[in-house]
Design a protein around this ligand. Structure first.
Ligand code: ADP
Ligand code: FBP
Length: 303
């Protein structure tokens, strides 16, 4: 089974404003509301690509109810822990001349709720995939992902971590199967400008020395680089197309990589699936479908 864990799921409120002006009343030309959060998006895309999975994490309030409803409507299995106080966050994505995001904090998660999550994860079996993705509420320690991986370490599960800063660095000693920082996140970790492929590969290899198996560096419209567990390095420009909604492109890439790897056991194919799934999401209003991914694989000459 594949499990995704989203500590801090969201309702993504994506608004388009023609000419956004700070300090004025601005009116939208379009509004969309979708369940979001990194693990949630990974679950939705895995389902689109034909992989059953269970979305875990914490939800609260009416927003939490809507997030769970949206996932179920999509056909995903869910097993969230309800937090009795507060509400799941609403993350605002503003599309105007530039794209800006305001991501909320989310509800406070108690020790008891965390223990409940641990107990759910105790059901995991060897070869299961565990995706830990996204930020954690700021009331929680940066060791939260690390604690989960310590708990499931003996089970020999494949861990995938998509997080930033210390949350990511702290898990490397547990040898996650895949990490997917983007180039900016890699810069923040090493305090070095990632201005060439050589520099990116060098620092991706450092993440391997720190424990990661596969390091996938996404670079939005500039494509991606994979330094694979077997030492091979794969690089590709991004597929060409019109960007419609890039929210969830990174999460889609993670889902695509997992799907590609589980189906082929080939790092090259996993990389290709990752890139094409990321771009398929960026080129559509909603998240990538199998047909959209197939179309881009063909366009790239990979199918
Ligand atoms: N503007 C774009 N054009 C084409 N593909 C894109 C674009 N933005 C994202 N993608 C695809 O999605 C992948 C992940 O996007 P990225 O923005 O780097 O992730 P994140 O959202 O995690 O920062 C990219 O490697 C690329 O394949
Ligand atoms: O947990 P974080 O880092 O605040 O990010 C949450 C946001 O990221 C998303 O999962 C999108 O992520 P990507 O665009 O990086 O794939 C949104 O759905 C959500 O609002």
């Amino acid at each position: 089974m594949i499990y995704t864990v989203t500590f801090n799921p969201s309702l993504d409120y994506i608004v388009s404003v023609d000419d956004f002006t700070l300090g004025r009343v601005n009116r939208t030309t379009k509004e969309l509301v979708y369940p979001g959060g990194k693990g949630v998006n990974v679950s939705l895309v895995l389902k689109n690509l034909g992989l059953e999975n269970t979305a875990l994490g914490f939800t609260a309030g009416f927003t939490g109810t809507e997030i769970e409803r949206g996932l179920k409507e999509w056909g995903c299995l869910t097993d969230f822990i309800r937090i009795p106080e507060g509400m799941s966050r609403i993350n605002m994505k503003l599309r105007s001349r530039e794209e800006s995001e305001i991501n909320g904090q989310g509800p406070k998660i108690s020790e008891e709720a965390l223990e409940e999550l641990y107990q759910k994860l105790d059901a995991m079996e060897p070869e299961d995939v565990l995706v830990l993705a996204g930020s954690i509420p700021n009331s929680m320690p940066n060791s939260s992902y690390e604690q989960i991986l310590a708990r499931v370490q003996a089970k020999n599960v494949r861990a995938v971590v998509d997080a930033t800063g210390d949350l990511l660095v702290n898990v490397l000693k547990y040898h996650p199967f895949l990490i997917k920082p983007n180039n900016h996140e890699l810069e923040e970790i090493f305090h070095v400008p990632m201005d060439s492929q050589e520099t990116i590969v060098k620092h991706a290899k450092k993440m391997q020395e720190m424990g990661a198996q596969n390091v996938l560096i996404s670079m939005a419209g500039d494509g991606a680089i994979l330094v694979a567990a077997d030492g091979s390095v794969w690089q590709s420009p991004a597929p060409k197309g019109k960007v419609v909604n890039s929210v969830g492109a990174g999460d889609s890439m993670v889902a695509g990589f997992i799907t590609g790897y589980l189906k082929s056991k080939s790092y090259e194919e996993a990389f290709h699936m990752g890139i094409c799934t990321g771009s398929a999401s960026a080129f559509s209003e909603r998240l990538a479908t199998q047909a959209e991914v197939d179309g881009i694989l063909e366009q790239m000459g990979w199918k």
